[in-house]
Design a protein around this ligand. Structure first.
Ligand SMILES: [Fe+2]
Length: 444
């Protein structure tokens, strides 16, 4: 980990940058867009904003600095366990200017606290400024949630921060979007021992044996997914598992979220109130685990296990270590990964060759989260820190793991060891597909 002064500047940079982005994303929204709960699985945006402030108050002003609660009622209002998503639309939420004022007031004190805090190596919350990293990452993760809530809405007016989508043009590509890379059998280090930024569920690093397999070089493109639809993929029961068939019967879906027939046999995509042409070489986004699994069956493959995904993306077989990022140790730049809400959508495959892993996997961090076959469980030797409601309460509850990061993920979160998870039926998140083939789990 960097020297203390450098580390402080990094953390201050994340806190400032993430706050600027929160304001950039919510300020243009109409009051109704801020306050109404448009879908039971997403919060009213103003709740996310107030919750971000309350989380920062809890960890930085109270846990770290021992200051009293600003308002005990707010602690209840913004407690995600006491008030789960489905009921948040019925809460008495503050006006947006009150929520923003709360953000500002907490931040002003948090900056003082940070300047007065020593990064005591014997105190896990303070060591390397962990708690500041956690608070910065938490705000960024709620930005993704806010963006997912907005992208779920078919009735959203064109969203000004996403205005660049209005000029979206489809360009020709030259890469083979069906290319695969081989990953030979052998043990690798899964997870990490990093205690500066990683969440508890990413730790500890541990050896996992993985058989040989093949995996797609790129996430599945819109072109490939449109071919699956054109081949009757949603109607072919043999491609779907029992869970997938139940989901199909329940939802009646026949295309990814946001896909709209263009009237000429092709597809447009509705994104943040903008209708854009399907870019055939952009990764498909907004698919459920069941759709990902059926697509994989259609191409004669399967979803990778979480261990396979991580080995293909992080393991350096020459250096004998797992890298923090697919390409090495340096944090993402726009040459490596499409993160930080730079595009308001995934980037065409083949456009980020500098981001390739040792095995040649590209676009693994950024663009879209990728469904794995694995359930969300604790790594051997897991130790809960600093609170059970981030990870522990979600273990062994039937959630499927998604790996990588999306275009909406902050570079501060987009570690290759980062684990995301959701219910298999969900597709409001920025979720996509990468197919594995062969290996211990079945031949193509
Ligand atoms: Fe939260």
């Amino acid at each position: 980990v960097a020297a203390v002064g450098t580390r402080r500047r990094t953390l201050e940079g994340w806190l400032e940058r993430h706050r600027r982005r929160t304001r950039k994303l919510v300020d243009p929204l109409a009051d109704d867009d801020m306050h109404r709960q448009h879908h039971a699985i997403m919060s009213p945006v103003v709740w996310d904003v107030g919750h971000v402030a309350n989380f920062e108050e809890w960890w930085l002003l109270r846990e770290l600095a021992g200051r009293p609660s600003t308002d005990p009622d707010l602690d209840v209002l913004y407690d995600p366990v006491v008030n789960p998503r489905a009921g948040r639309g019925g809460l008495a939420l503050p006006e947006r200017r009150e929520a923003i004022a709360y953000l500002d007031a907490v931040r002003a004190e948090a900056v003082e606290v940070m300047r007065a805090t020593t990064f005591d190596p014997d105190e896990p919350l303070r060591r390397d400024g962990y708690v500041f990293s956690m608070v910065a990452q938490h705000e960024a993760q709620h930005q993704e949630t806010i963006l997912a809530a907005l992208d779920l809405r078919a009735d959203l007016d064109p969203y000004p921060p996403a205005a660049l989508l209005a000029s979206h043009r489809v360009l020709g590509r030259s890469v083979d979007d069906e290319a695969r890379v081989a990953v030979p059998a052998g043990a690798f280090v899964m997870g990490t021992d990093d205690t500066a930024d990683a969440y508890d569920n990413e730790r500890p690093g541990h050896l996992v044996d993985v058989g040989d397999f093949w995996i797609d070089r790129f996430p599945v493109t819109g072109r490939r997914f449109a071919a699956f639809i054109a081949d009757g993929g949603y109607a072919r029961a043999e491609l779907w598992s029992d869970g997938g068939r139940a989901w199909l019967a329940d939802t009646g879906h026949g295309a990814p979220q946001g896909w709209v027939p263009d009237g000429a046999g092709g597809w447009g995509i509705r994104r943040f109130g903008h209708l854009v042409p399907l870019d055939p070489f952009e990764p498909v986004v907004h698919v459920s685990y069941w759709e990902a699994q059926a697509f994989a069956h259609w191409v004669g493959g399967r979803l990778p296990t979480e261990a396979e995904w991580e080995k293909a993306v992080r393991w350096d077989p020459v250096g004998g270590r797992s890298r923090p990022y697919p390409w090495g140790d340096a944090p993402p730049t726009p040459r490596h990964a499409n993160v930080d809400v730079a595009r308001f959508g995934p980037a065409p495959v083949g456009s980020l060759p500098a981001g390739a892993s040792a095995y040649g996997v590209e676009h693994a961090v950024g663009d879209v989260y990728e469904w794995t076959a694995s359930e969300f469980t604790a790594y051997p030797g897991f130790s809960c820190f600093p609170y059970p409601e981030y990870s522990e309460v979600f273990f062994d509850e039937g959630y499927r793991v998604l790996r990588g990061a999306s275009w909406a993920t902050s570079a501060a979160v987009a570690r290759a060891s980062f684990r995301n998870w959701d219910h298999p039926q969900r597709r409001q998140i920025f979720s996509g597909i990468r197919v594995a083939y062969g290996g211990d789990r079945g031949r193509p």
